[in-house]
Design a protein around this ligand. Sequence first.
Ligand SMILES: Cc1cc2nc3c(=O)[nH]c(=O)nc-3n(C[C@H](O)[C@H](O)[C@H](O)COP(=O)(O)OP(=O)(O)OC[C@H]3O[C@@H](n4cnc5c(N)ncnc54)[C@H](O)[C@@H]3O)c2cc1C
Length: 302
Amino acid sequence: MPLTPDQQAEIDAARGESQQTLRATVPGMEAHLYKAHEVLDHGFVRVIDYMGDDSAITQAARVSYGKGTKAVQNDEGLIRYLMRHWHSTPFEMCEIKLHVKLPVFVARQWIRHRTANVNEYSARYSILDREFYIPQAEHLAAQSTVNNQGRGAVLQGEEAARVLDMLRGDSMRAYDHYEAMLSQDGQDGLARELARMNLPANVYTQWYWKVDLHNLFHFLRLRADSHAQYEIRVYADAICEVVKDWVPAAYAAFEDYRMGGAQFSARGMDALRKMLAGETVTQESSGMSKGEWREFEASLKG
Ligand SMILES: Cc1cc2nc3c(=O)[nH]c(=O)nc-3n(C[C@H](O)[C@H](O)[C@H](O)COP(=O)(O)OP(=O)(O)OC[C@H]3O[C@@H](n4cnc5c(N)ncnc54)[C@H](O)[C@@H]3O)c2cc1C
């Protein structure tokens, strides 16, 4: 269960209060505020706070461009221009603070994004809950035979059942031992900071994560991508839904240029020009490696 009744009551109370402000607010984002968007079996993403909107981006950009027209389509055009030309600092004027509950092995990938501010739940101070990520059967895939970093076909029948049993059994046994080591019933009880080392990487942790829009887009570009591991991708997908409602023009530009766009090397551009001129280009004649050619063709097919 991602939220306990007490946590839900806390969220309801927070949403029940409102304050007047002169700051820019976004109705779509106000609707997300504090609400937990469920991810995986026990995880969630919820917006704790945000600063700025689409106008904050163009407002900042116009400091360097001088005062321009403020018509909506010009704002959208300017945002698209900034995205297209990697003029990134105006996007840093918007910030978002999220509360995320996620398995530790997902957190290890996530924390590699250094351009954010993080505060994690302390398992030195608090006792972690008995909550472990157990994949749904359709996500229990075999090791890919073509991609060392990927998954192949979904495990079937007895093997799938055996794997699920092992994951559940090991998680529960590890937590039983965690509790037994912490217990002060007839013993001193091991320190929380030490007992936690027994817990597997599918145990859930939580953190507050604050990031600006430029670096958030970088995170989403890498983690909402089809090559990202499913378990982090679903968090990135949930965040995309929020960002869409927060800064719709910036998100549309991001979708167009970054998520939907492609980058070609000089060799790729050369091959593309020749193909457009009606010439036949092969992997060998392009000068690209087999891997580069495969990715080049995949980009063209979409
Ligand atoms: C599909 C995929 C597979 C991956 N596989 C592996 C793997 O096998 N092993 C592994 O270790 N990692 C792996 N990673 C992690 C990856 O190498 C990056 O660490 C991660 O994506 C964070 O990217 P970043 O450094 O650009 O992000 P951020 O840390 O958010 O940084 C954003 C940008 O800020 C700049 N920056 C930030 N800090 C510094 C700094 N100290 N010095 C210079 N510039 C800085 C860089 O321009 C950087 O691109 C993988 C990531 C993906 C998406």
